[in-house]
Design a protein around this ligand. Structure first.
Ligand SMILES: [Zn+2]
Length: 123
């Protein structure tokens, strides 16, 4: 189940913070289609302190690995989401891939669904 999510997510997303982006400006508002603009990414980094909005872990921008910073589309592009700042959730790679093509709220619901049902039932 989780393995499937990962596989889908690899294709579904996304926007990885690269310390050496290719040719600044050439993709601005154009064919770069999947990316948030640099200003919005910087703003999100500042507002979150570089922490993942889903799990709260400190991300490692520009470094490959489970905590690499990703610009997650809260409403996935593949489902009509935009590259507007309001759709940007800074996240770690792990959460972003796990989330895949779910919306942020669907992802939250899924996390709840993974809780111990006895706990979830409020017993
Ligand atoms: Zn995370």
């Amino acid at each position: 189940m989780i393995a499937t999510l990962y596989a889908e997510a690899e294709e579904a997303d996304d926007d990885v913070l690269n310390p050496n982006p290719p040719k600044e400006g050439t993709t601005e508002g154009g064919t770069g289609g999947r990316r948030f603009n640099d200003g919005d990414r910087a703003r999100e980094m500042q507002e979150t302190g570089g922490r993942c909005r889903y799990c709260g872990e400190q991300t490692t921008p520009g470094q490959r690995g489970p905590r690499q910073w990703h610009g997650d589309h809260a409403h996935p592009l593949s489902r009509g989401g935009s590259n507007d700042f309001m759709n940007l959730n800074g996240s770690c790679r792990t959460c972003n891939l796990l989330k895949g093509a779910l919306t942020a709220l669907e992802f939250a619901d899924r996390l709840v669904g993974w809780l111990n049902p006895l706990f979830r039932g409020g017993g």
